[in-house]
Design a binder for this molecule. Structure first.
Ligand SMILES: Nc1ncnc2c1ncn2[C@@H]1O[C@H](COP(=O)(O)OP(=O)(O)OP(=O)(O)O)[C@@H](O)[C@H]1O
Length: 742
């Protein structure tokens, strides 16, 4: 049924129609722009271009800055300290600014408020060093400082550098050669990523205290440096100009180990380690670090407020992967290790959660709750059965509480504060049930559903007579109510939060038109959240139909990671189409024999095949139920509820049960024939292995459907041979098929 609807709807919508819909909805200005873009798309394209240009210019400036500092230091180190000046002066004639001026300008710019996102997470507070030299010292919480002797914790302040203040070279991190060409100031202050390398790190800080080219001592010690082969060796091989050395290190030859051995003997070069990704950063980006015991001061542990603000900001942007890393739960657990009582959700909701035995957050809940509670738009991707419904229901409840407690509680009509859209009736009912459980202790807050298959008038009466601040609806029925002017539109004008579950399906062509019409009736000032276990690229693009431009993308699966659960064993049988009806009973019986508490879902491609398969299995004395769109809603609801509660039952269904349905403890999912797409395969399979449990999935396809396996090649799908069928079973199946089709 779904595939029919999808096909029917997808065929009718052309690009130009889209642009007309867009331009009509956006209002004002020309209706289309070159390339069939609408006003918003056109604007966004230009904004993006401008941003890219600005970034490019900034990168160029940084590279220039790096090169200029290098020239200056090189000149000061190897020749007359003034030669840097001279070079600068000689260069001055070619450009409008002297290198110093240029550096100063750039430094000023990077130091400006608002440039914090150029800073590295490891950067520490700026403070005057206590050696009385007036040097600026910048503490670094982690790796960058490790290469530097604890006795010389001070590092350069670019403002000092540009104003010609002396500083110790050993502490400078002027030459960050990160991929993006950032110059690192004061131990990575401007270092963009951890794997970037500062050539300056490789100086022995103790030695360089005496050889620092910018130090007043430098002139006196220069000769000493030159006469000391070992020190010069260190400087040449590992210092500012030691790129060759880095390359050697990278290739890990015997020669290298010898050299490293020598280094090991040198004072201050003990325990050197390479870090950094040469793949990403090129051969120059290997960072050598030295483990040094540092006396951590209070100020290092508790840096001043401004840096804390930056850190806070950075930690907010931390990837979900990092969040997961920090968690106490095992890597394959669906839980994050954080408890709900650590979040800011209301005490009554907490009470309801603990009454249901729910204490810990799942990863998706942990990753999204704060973001959603902050009122930000988000697109969230998390594996099936990991608690996405609760991840959006909790913010929905908080939104309602906030709206009800705020001053604008006086409305002419009873307002609906949260609207949740989902693709199927059963899913809407399931989410509503979960919402009601969470609202158990909240008086006067109601959840209601608007789904097809029920009486329109009854819906309307229920909506008017019972509290409904959270509405869960399927798009078709919701539109019916909107278009029939049942008063719903005015109630939706107070909407604060709009949630789309199974967003990829609802934003796909089959549903998109309906969703757009619904969005047209919603206030623009709202928060929107999109959730799904699968978010293909196209959906990410069209998600902007619903989401604000600055929305967050929260992916708890991670790029390149398998989208299915490790604990779910997946296999595939390729067998002639006509043998499928024989094979399914055989496979079911095999599983039933091995699994006393079996609970099986058999997915079929259409309602008719579902019905036929159901009849066949029933005739074969298997305990079986059916759900598909041809069945009346009452039957669907009854069977769905029964299957939720039961064990030792087989559900034969079409794709109406593929998404979101939470049937606990399903032991096997059989997919007969190829699903409509890769995403649908993942969602169907996701009916088993929920809440971190194990399960089994079996895909049964005909030889001509083999091409589909290409779409699943990144999933751990094991081909298994076609089982030998008992001739008696074959005969029985043929007879039953004849009977059921008669
Ligand atoms: N923090 C939690 N602790 C324990 N159980 C939870 C928690 N969160 C959700 N659950 C339970 O996990 C089950 C699966 O949740 P849910 O149906 O929301 O998953 P989902 O991610 O939406 O799946 P799908 O992608 O199939 O829609 C439900 O029974 C739900 O009650």
């Amino acid at each position: 049924m779904y595939s029919l609807i999808l096909r029917e709807r997808s065929g009718s919508l052309t690009g130009s129609l889209w642009s007309r819909i867009f331009s009509r909805n956006m209002g004002g200005g020309p209706r289309t722009f070159p390339g069939g873009l609408n006003k918003w798309q056109w604007k966004r394209m230009h904004e993006k271009k401008a941003r890219e240009k600005e970034n490019k210019l900034l990168d160029q400036e940084k590279q220039l800055y790096e090169a200029r500092i290098r020239t200056e230091i090189r000149a000061k180190m190897w020749g007359n300290p003034d030669s840097g000046e001279k070079t600068a002066k000689s260069k001055q004639s070619h450009g409008p600014m002297s290198p110093k001026e240029h550096i100063k300008t750039l430094a000023d710019r990077f130091m400006k408020a608002g440039a914090e996102d150029l800073w590295n997470e490891n950067d520490g507070p700026v403070k005057e060093s206590d050696d009385g030299s007036g040097l600026t010292r910048r503490d670094n919480g982690r790796s960058c400082s490790n290469s530097i002797d604890s006795s010389s914790n001070s590092s350069i302040d670019v403002r000092k550098l540009v104003s010609g203040t002396c500083y110790s070279m050993g502490n400078s991190r002027v030459f960050d050669r990160s991929r993006r060409g950032f110059s690192s100031m004061s131990r990575g202050r401007f270092k963009r990523n951890e794997s970037s390398c500062d050539e300056g790190d490789d100086f022995d800080a103790k030695k360089l205290d005496t050889v620092s080219p910018f130090s007043p001592k430098f002139a006196g010690t220069k000769e000493k440096v030159k006469s000391s082969k070992s020190v010069v060796g260190v400087i040449r091989n590992k210092g500012l100009f030691g790129r060759r050395k880095f390359r050697k290190n990278d290739s890990s030859t015997e020669e290298d180990s010898e050299e490293e051995g020598e280094e090991g003997k040198m004072n201050g070069w003990l325990d050197l380690r390479k870090t950094g990704s040469s793949a990403a950063l090129g051969n120059h980006d290997i960072k050598l670090t030295k483990r040094v015991n540092r006396n951590v001061t209070d100020e290092e542990l508790y840096p001043p407020l401004d840096i804390n603000t930056v850190r806070e900001d950075l930690s907010k942007r931390k990837s979900v992967d990092n969040v997961i890393e920090e968690n106490r739960e095992p890597h394959d657990s669906i839980y994050s290790g954080k408890r709900f009582d650590e979040s800011s959700i209301s005490p009554l909701t907490l009470k309801a959660l603990s009454a249901s035995g729910i204490v810990k957050m799942t990863r998706v809940q942990d990753a999204t709750l704060s973001e959603c509670l902050d009122g930000k738009d988000a697109l969230v991707k998390a594996k099936t059965g990991t608690g996405k419904s609760m991840a959006f229901l909790l913010p929905a409840i908080e939104t309602v509480l906030k709206a009800m407690n705020s001053g604008n509680g006086i409305h002419k009509v009873a307002p609906i504060f949260a609207l949740i859209l989902c693709p199927t009736r059963e899913l809407a009912s399931q989410i509503a049930a979960e919402g009601k459980a969470l609202l158990k202790y909240h008086d006067g807050i109601g959840v209601q559903t608007l789904i097809g298959g029920t009486r329109f008038k009854l819906d309307q009466q229920r909506l008017e007579s019972e509290p409904c601040q959270i509405l869960i609806a399927t798009p078709g029925r919701l539109l019916d109510h909107i278009e029939n002017k049942s008063g719903l539109t005015s109630r939706l004008m107070a909407l604060k939060l709009f949630i789309v579950d199974e967003a990829d399906l609802l934003l796909d062509l089959g549903f998109r038109r309906d969703v757009e019409k619904i969005i047209d009736c919603l206030p623009r000032q709202r928060q929107s959240l999109l959730f799904s276990a699968t978010i293909p690229k196209e959906v990410r693009r069209v998600s902007q139909l619903v989401l604000k431009r600055d929305h967050s993308y929260i992916d708890t699966i991670g790029l390149g990671c398998v989208e299915t659960h490790d604990k779910v064993k997946q296999s595939c049988i390729v067998a002639p189409h006509e043998s499928h009806f024989h094979l399914v009973p055989h496979l079911l019986k095999e599983h039933i024999n091995n699994t006393p508490d079996y609970k099986i879902i058999v997915f079929c491609s259409t309602g008719m095949v579902t019905s036929l398969m159901y009849t066949l299995l029933r005739e074969m004395k298997l305990i079986v139920r059916e759900i598909h769109a041809r069945k009346p809603q009452l039957h669907r609801t009854r069977v769905s509820d029964e299957f939720k509660e039961s064990k030792r039952l087989i559900l034969v269904t079409s794709d109406v049960s593929a998404r979101g349905m939470n049937y606990p403890d399903v032991t096997l999912v059989i997919q007969v024939g190829i699903p409509s797409d890769r995403e649908q395969y993942i969602h169907r399979l996701g009916r088993t292995g929920r809440e971190g449990k194990g399960g089994e999935g079996l895909l049964l396809i005909a030889p001509w459907e083999r091409y589909f396996l290409d779409e699943l090649k990144d999933l751990p799908l094991e081909p298994i041979p076609v089982p030998d069928l008992d001739s008696r079973v074959k005969l029985q199946v043929c007879l039953n098929l004849l009977l059921s089709s008669a």
